[in-house]
Design a protein around this ligand. Structure first.
Ligand SMILES: [Zn+2]
Length: 125
């Protein structure tokens, strides 16, 4: 291939440089006209970019077991905890916990994990 700046054929691996936000593949001589881009680092950034959403997806993909609200309520009562006490323990409002127990809302993942941890119960399928 030819250098994108001087047009001379490039022998060996072209050097990728950044000039005003544009990426150019250039010869060794023209590399001084821009910032040399480390291609390997670029690829690594792309890979981790793919990994991140996958991780989020796993955390968000959960299905609650049937009757999760009733189970939370039963275990909480067995442990002699009021909605306020358990709510304080896991850092949510008692009114929010009440809605979770009534299955009016589905707890978000961190809240769910805290409930599971506090009550020593698994609420996901
Ligand atoms: Zn050149």
């Amino acid at each position: 291939m030819n250098c994108e700046i001087c047009g001379k054929p490039i022998f060996g691996k072209p050097i990728t440089i950044e000039v005003d936000g544009a990426y150019l593949k250039v010869c060794e001589e023209c590399a001084k006209y821009g910032k040399i881009v480390n291609e390997r680092k670029n690829n690594e950034a792309k890979v981790s970019g793919i990994v991140r959403p996958t991780k989020n997806q796993v955390e968000e993909e959960y299905e609650l077991i049937d009757g999760y609200g009733r189970i939370i309520k039963e275990i909480r009562e067995k442990m002699n905890l009021t909605q306020e006490q358990l709510g304080r323990k896991i850092g949510i409002k008692p009114s929010l916990l009440a809605k979770i127990e009534q299955e009016k809302i589905i707890p978000d993942y961190p809240t769910l994990r805290k409930i599971e941890y506090s009550l020593k119960v698994k609420l996901r399928k």
